[in-house]
Design a protein around this ligand. Sequence first.
Ligand code: NGQ
Ligand code: ZN
Length: 451
Amino acid sequence: MALWFERALLEDGWRDSVRVTLAGDTIADVAPGAAPQPGDQCFGPALPGIPNVHSHGFQRGMAGLAERAGDDADSFWTWREAMYRFVDRLDPEGFAAIAALAYAEMLESGFTAVGEFHYLHHAPDGRAYAAPARMAQAVVEAASETGIGLSLLPVFYAHSGFGGAPPSPSQRRFVHDCDSFARLIDGCRTAVSGLDGAVLGVAPHSLRAVTPDELADLAALVPDGPIHIHVAEQQAEVDACLAWSGRRPVAFLLDTIAIDPRWCLVHATHVDDAELTGIARSGAVVGLCPITEANLGDGLFPARAFLEQGGRIGIGSDSNVEIDAAGELRLLEYGQRLAHGGRNLLAAGPGRSTGRNLYDAARTGGAQALGRIRPAIAPGAVADIVALRADAPALVARPGDALIDSWVFAGGRGVVESVWSRGRRCVSGGRHVARDAIAARYRQTLGKLLD
Ligand code: NGQ
Ligand code: ZN
C-alpha cells in the first residue's frame, strides 16, 4: 500500500511529493519527487509521530473536575485528594473505557505512542485481583483498541513519604512489596506479549513512595526496559527530601543510583544548576508535562539551560486534563518566555525554528524514554506518521519548518488530519476511526461513575 504526501519531513529535511510505501507496520520505501500512482491515497504535509512519555490514562475521566476552589488553599496535594477519590470508584472495565478515550484523543493530536505510568493495580478493597495484572490488561486493551503504541510502565508504590512511611488508606490500590511486584511484572509481561510493538519497563513511583533499597532492586526486574520516576515536581518534595537525607531529590538520585539513558526523570521541576548538569551528563531524558505542570502549579523546569547543555527531553500529557501534542510544546516554550521575558528561547540558534527544535527534541528523547525506535519517515522505520490538513488556514503558505511553527503555535490539534500508528490508520478527518464507539462507552462509564 502506498501513501502520497504533498511534502514530508524526511531524515534529510523537507521534501516535496513524497510517496511512502508501507509493508505492514513498517515503511518499506520513501520516494521524494514522485508522482502519485493509481490507488495511492493522497494527503497534505506529513511528519513522523510524537511519543507521549508520561500518561495516567484514567485521569482523563476527572479532567475539569478539580477546578473549583476548596475551603482551604488549593494545591497539588488537594488535587491529589480529589484524584484519590476518583480512583476509589474505578473498575477494570471503566478504567479501560477511560484510557481508550484518552488514547484516541492522543492519536488525534499527533501522539503515536504512549508511556503509561500505571499504578492503579488492585481492587477497590485494596486486595490484588485474582489476575494481579488485571488493570494492566485493561491498559493493553485500550492500546489495542485504539492502535497507539504502548510502553507499559508498571509502577512500584510502597510508602506515603520519605523514610519508608506506611502507605495511607487512600493509596491501598497502588501498593506492593517486592515479591508481589515481581508477580505483577510477570503478569504485565504476559499482558503485553499479545500486543504488537509493546514495550515493558518499570516505574518506581517517586522517592516518596520507594525506599533506596527497593529502588536498587527494581532496575533488575526489566533488564533492558525503560525506567521512569516522578521526581522533584513540588517544592514540598524537595523540602521533605532535604529533611530526610540532606540532599535534594535529583541530587539524591544521581548520587545513589547509576542514572543512565534508560531513565526518564518525570518533571524534575525543582533542580539547581549542579543537578541540571548532572541529568544532562547522565543521558537520561527529562519527561516534561507542561500542561499538567501548569494545571497543578508545579513550577517551571529550566528548559532553556537544559537544552543548551545538550539535555534530552520528552513530552507527556500526564494527568490528561487536556490532550494536545502541539499544545505541550507550545506551553513548554511559553513558560520560558514568561520566565525570561524573551522569545524563541528554545530554538537551536539564530535563524532556527522553535517548533522544529522542540518537535525533534520530543521525538528523539521521547523514543529513547519509551524504549522505542525513533519515529522517522525513512525506509525500515516503524510507520508512525502524522498528516496535517492541506487546507487548514493556519498552515497556508508555510514552507519548511514554518509549518511546524504554525502547527505548534497557531493550529494545535485542529490541524491534524490523519494518523498512522504501526501502519494502521487510526485517525481520519481529524477523528479517531473508532471515536463514536469509544466515546459512547466513555459516556456510559462516566455517567455511572459520577452519578
Ligand atoms: C500521580 N501525578 O501519580 O498521578 C501523580 C500525583 C503523587 C502527578 N505527579 C501523585 N502529576 O505524585 O503523589
Ligand atoms: Zn505522573
